[in-house]
Ligand binder design. Sequence first.
Ligand SMILES: [Fe+2]
Ligand SMILES: [Fe+2]
Length: 159
Amino acid sequence: MLSEIMYNALCEQFTKERQNEALYQAIGDTFEAEAWHGFAKWAHKQATDEAAHARKIAEYILDQNRVTQYHPLAAVVPPSGGVYQVFVFAYENEQLTTSAIKTLYYLAETQEDPQTCAFLQPLLLEQVEEEKLLSDAVLELTRATDNASLLLLDGRYGS
Ligand SMILES: [Fe+2]
Ligand SMILES: [Fe+2]
């Protein structure tokens, strides 16, 4: 049984994951509009992953006989300024997600809730992968200083 404080914190994370989904959808649409089809495909796939994270949390809450609260999402404005800026923004956002899930984990510990700790562990490990992916992307984009190399990268993200 989830404590009330744990339930509310999980619902908050559920909203954050839905917000992340909306963010990646918007990023994907922006890339698509600029004919960066590979980067767009990547961002839309990220959105699908974020939706899956939200669903996972909702199902965990349901397994504890509670129903997740659906809070309104904030408006999403993808950063302007080009591919590099968008990836830096996404990287920083993933770091924020990691620290939010860590906070949730520490809360589960103080709530003496080992099941929620165990539930959060795969999400935390997935964040390690997400951050690595994005820090690599940012690094590669700093090297792609002309359109030709950027096009090459776009092709790779689309494959
Ligand atoms: Fe996520
Ligand atoms: Fe993510």
